[in-house]
Design a protein around this ligand. Structure first.
Ligand SMILES: [Fe+2]
Ligand SMILES: [Fe+2]
Length: 189
């Protein structure tokens, strides 16, 4: 499906708030792709579809993930909402005929990040954090960095996310730690 058709479909299924967020992520991702020399169409589509599974009732996450053959770890069993990202990648393929592996991976990683993130993965992760509808302490610094340095912006976003979870005594997904370590090992600071 192309952007227009996907948008028409999402308008029927997502809440207005989630739809607005998804369009915001899509536009932000497209702008970032243009700035950093990534594929604009892929960025636009991945952004639009990244939260397609976000409004599935939480009790359906585990059974639907299992039905798609997604390997569920203890962390995701404890916090099934994390599964909305891998589930979105599966739905993008099954229901929206997106078969591009790069788009699907960027959707898959948008909540936790992961090791060896591609430029598209980084753009979608960051676009989700900085799209115009977002508002939280520390956001402007990430937005500013995202104008010029994708890796630095991502490191700051990951650090903020980890700090936020730590302050609340929550579980930190191993993929988020791996994403951060990966950047540090590559000399990003
Ligand atoms: Fe999400
Ligand atoms: Fe999102």
């Amino acid at each position: 499906m192309d952007y227009k058709n996907i948008l028409a479909q999402l308008s029927k299924t997502l809440s207005p708030k989630r739809l607005e967020h998804s369009i915001g992520v899509s536009k932000t991702a497209e702008e970032m792709a243009e700035r950093f020399g990534c594929d604009r169409v892929k960025a636009k589509l991945a952004g639009l579809l990244h939260d397609v599974a976000r409004e599935i009732p939480v009790e359906e996450f585990l059974p639907r993930a299992q039905a798609f053959g997604i390997v569920v770890n203890d962390m995701e069993r404890a916090e099934p909402i994390l599964l909305h990202a891998p589930l979105a990648a599966k739905l993008a393929e099954a229901e929206f005929q997106i078969h591009d592996a790069e788009i699907l991976q960027a959707i898959f990683l948008h909540t936790t990040g992961g090791t060896h993130m591609s430029m598209l993965d980084k753009i979608i992760y960051l676009a989700d954090v900085i799209e115009p509808g977002r508002n939280f302490g520390g956001l402007e610094e990430i937005r500013t960095l995202a104008q010029s340095d994708l890796d630095k912006a991502l490191l700051l976003a990951l650090n903020q996310s980890i700090s936020y979870i730590l302050e609340r005594g929550g579980l930190i997904h191993p993929a988020t730690i791996e994403a951060r370590n990966d950047l540090l090992l590559k000399g990003v600071h």
